[in-house]
Design a protein around this ligand. Structure first.
Ligand SMILES: N[C@@H](CCC(=O)N[C@@H](CS)C(=O)NCC(=O)O)C(=O)O
Length: 310
């Protein structure tokens, strides 16, 4: 089985979540760096319009969103598990909270002037302007917390997380690491990109020790790859992962649909429905460079619409 290709960029928190999972599972993988702002022509060739980072590829299958990417990596490499049986439900609830609420506190907290200077260090002066112009439509409709509100919220959340470790457990859900650790860790990792913003972690010694444990998992074994090579691999692939459309879920196999994130970066991806379960929706689409692709999304957090009703 060829190694997975992760399309990501260094300063992306959600990419860090996946890199740490690859480290925990000691996997070898191919690393394609994508741009952090539009335009992203090679990303679009593979995803059909989904611009968020990261996404995973193997051959002509593309998986979007880290909630799904984590499950795909779990299937490929079950041990050590991301979903220990006794805590699988609460671990996923905590992960979902971190990926949404905690993440959107950490971003405005870290990107205060003193922090953004570190995160974008070395970038040309116009990069900050271009980044802000890119992210405005990306997050349109969301209320961005003020620095003061974000600081208060982050301090409260760090206290809650530190309290979760009060019984001496090694990881957030117990003795074993779980998906919750990776979702919380990528948020705290982003704060670490901006050293002037780090003192907020100072009072939380248990959480700092936990963070060091998770960071020590590393990133597995990445091998650099160019996006053109990843596109060529997709075009040359002859088979897709098996999929099925469960009839009771409201759509029929072969229908033209669009799939769109419900929270932000709401760019629809159009295609023919080839997979639908309670966990996953899969569409088939054709790209002149990448060939016939199956693009997979988690069912949760995405809206499916029949194309003629979109
Ligand atoms: N729910 C998504 C969120 C992904 C996300 O927000 N990624 C950020 C980067 S960390 C992003 O897409 N930023 C804009 C971009 O990269 O174009 C996931 O779990 O993958």
């Amino acid at each position: 089985m060829p190694a997975f290709i992760l399309h990501h960029y260094p300063n992306s928190p959600f990419s860090q979540k996946v890199r740490l999972i690859l480290g925990r599972k000691a996997m070898a993988w191919h690393s394609v760096h994508v741009p952090s702002i539009l335009p992203k022509p090679d990303v679009m060739a593979l995803t059909g319009g989904y611009r968020r980072t990261p996404f995973l590829q193997r051959g002509a299958d593309v998986w979007c969103d880290t909630a799904l990417i984590a499950r795909v990596l779990e299937r490929a490499q079950p041990a050590p598990t991301l979903y220990p049986a006794a805590v699988a439900g609460p671990a996923q609830l905590l992960a979902q909270w971190a990926d949404s609420t905690l993440f959107w506190v950490v971003i405005p907290y870290t990107l205060q002037p003193a922090g953004i200077a570190c995160v974008l260090a070395g970038a040309p002066p116009q990069a900050l302007k271009a980044f802000a112009a890119d992210r405005a439509p990306f997050t349109a409709g969301m209320t961005r917390q003020t620095p003061v509100d974000a600081t208060v919220a982050l301090n409260t959340y760090l206290g809650w997380l530190d309290g979760q470790l009060a019984d001496g457990r090694e990881f957030l859900m117990g003795a074993e690491s779980s998906i919750a650790d990776f979702s919380v860790a990528h948020c705290l990792w982003f704060v670490h990109l901006a050293p002037p913003m780090l003192p907020i972690l100072e009072p939380f010694a248990r959480l700092r020790a936990w963070y060091a444990r998770v960071a020590a998992f590393g990133h597995g074994t990445p091998a650099p790859m160019k996006s053109a090579e990843a596109i060529a691999l997709a075009a040359a692939a002859t088979a897709h992962e098996p999929t099925r459309v469960v009839p009771a879920l409201g759509f029929e196999a072969g229908e033209s649909v669009t799939v769109t994130p419900t929270d932000y970066g709401r760019d629809p991806v159009a295609g023919r429905l080839v997979g639908l379960t309670a966990d996953e929706v899969v569409i088939e689409r054709h790209d002149e460079r990448a060939g016939t692709l199956h693009v997979h999304f988690p069912r949760l957090g995405f809206q499916i619409r029949k194309e003629n009703m979109a």
